[in-house]
Ligand binder design. Structure first.
Ligand SMILES: Nc1ncnc2c1ncn2[C@@H]1O[C@H](COP(=O)(O)OP(=O)(O)OP(=O)(O)O)[C@@H](O)[C@H]1O
Ligand SMILES: [Mg+2]
Ligand SMILES: [Zn+2]
Length: 363
């Protein structure tokens, strides 16, 4: 059983790419006409196909069987196969998150000087491009200004607004969109059929909803669920897994409250809000959690009340966490959070009630 559906089901042809119609149309018709740019920028949310399409471009550009007026890579020739297996010498993939410095770009610049070893083009895919340092951008810029004819850069990023204008003006930009709910569900169904996984319709809908338009998250959730449910994905199983993910979030936030880490806590609230989390629900869950700690603080024997709401493992974490709290702090925070719960319904800025709470109470 495979946990890595998102790798196994990476699109191998342009036709298999879901949703990104305009992008695919423009890229493929340029390929047909042989109009190749030397620098592309693929931007858009996580798991929407940027890296997949970058690799497809690389394959198509270097495919030995592709005729002038075609665009699909054959996936059979030596070049296509080497790219599929991840060891093509003429496709260099750089993760800017871990190679962000000037030295890395210098060696890239050296590399640019040499023509491709076996293929027509030497292609650089720079993932998470927004992570490059300013110096690295400057170095890259010089190469982008006058690239040798055999060089193609493909930058990919989730945060294009962090790229300098000088770079933006030198690339051909494509915006990848979140995938529609029905498309994600459709893809999950296809995978279930191929992998002989049984499923409830509602279960797939929940997975799709939860992954917020990103197919990778949906596919990897599907993989985890197939594994824990022994290939029979029910609505309950999905809810269970999501509950566990939520609980992780709440625990993390409660730890930040305990450490009085205002900054991280405010960042965290904004992050989950951006991820589409309902702050109303989040706050209520935090209240529930702190209440449990308070009860255990008053007396461990009150744990009886909680046992029907929490598993054994959860109870032991709760007992441990309770030791780090003062009863009166819990009382104070809980009283305020109940006020926050009301304020959340009417606040003009959705995150503000929690931010004010953190700013005033974490002292
Ligand atoms: N548009 C799409 N069509 C088909 N499959 C997709 C699409 N987008 C994502 N996927 C699936 O999700 C996986 C990850 O996609 P990919 O690596 O291309 O995303 P990404 O946009 O580069 O994400 P990130 O910003 O996190 O790097 C793919 O292997 C594929 O299984
Ligand atoms: Mg990617
Ligand atoms: Zn080929």
């Amino acid at each position: 059983m495979s946990l890595v559906f998102y790798r196994k089901y990476r699109p191998q042809t342009f036709a298999e790419v879901i949703n990104q119609k305009t992008t695919i149309k423009t890229l493929t018709s340029a390929l047909k006409q042989g109009k190749i740019s030397h620098a592309y920028l693929f931007c858009g949310p996580r798991g929407t196909g940027k890296t997949s399409v970058a690799r497809l471009m690389a394959k198509a550009l270097n495919c030995q069987n592709r005729k002038p007026n075609e665009y699909e890579p054959c996936n059979k020739c030596e070049s296509c196969q080497e790219i599929n297996e991840g060891h093509s010498l003429d496709l260099i993939e750089i993760d800017a998150a871990s190679n962000r410095g000037i030295d890395d770009i210098r060696s890239l610049k050296e590399n640019v000087k040499f023509p491709p070893l076996k293929s027509k083009y030497k292609i650089f895919i720079i993932d998470e491009a927004h992570q490059l340092t300013k110096e690295a951008f400057n170095a890259l810029l010089k190469t982008l200004e006058e690239p040798p004819s055999y060089i193609v850069f493909i930058l990919a990023t989730t945060e294009p607004e962090k790229l300098p204008a000088t770079i933006l003006s030198r690339v051909e930009r494509y915006d990848f969109k979140k995938l529609a709910l029905t498309d994600i569900i459709g893809r999950l169904k296809e995978i279930c059929e191929k992998e002989k996984i049984k499923y409830e319709e509602e279960a797939l809908r929940l997975i799709a909803l939860y992954s917020e338009g990103g197919l990778r998250d949906a596919e990897s959730l599907l993989g985890q669920l197939a594994l824990v449910t022994n290939q029979n994905i029910t609505k309950e199983a999905v809810e269970g897994l999501m509950g566990a993910i939520n609980l992780e979030k709440i625990r993390h936030f409660v730890d930040l409250l305990n450490k009085k880490d205002k900054m991280k806590a405010i960042e965290f609230v904004n992050k989950i809000y951006d991820e589409g989390y309902d702050l109303d629900v989040f706050n209520k869950e935090v209240i529930d959690y702190l209440r449990k700690l308070l009860l255990l603080k008053i007396s461990p024997s009150l744990g009886n009340i909680l046992e029907k709401e929490a598993t054994e493992e959860e109870m032991s974490t709760l007992f441990k966490q309770a030791q780090n709290w003062e009863t009166n702090t819990l009382e104070r925070l809980l009283r305020k959070l109940v006020e926050v719960q009301w304020q959340l319904k009417t606040s003009p800025v959705p995150t503000l009630p929690l931010e004010l709470f953190l700013s005033e109470e974490l002292i």
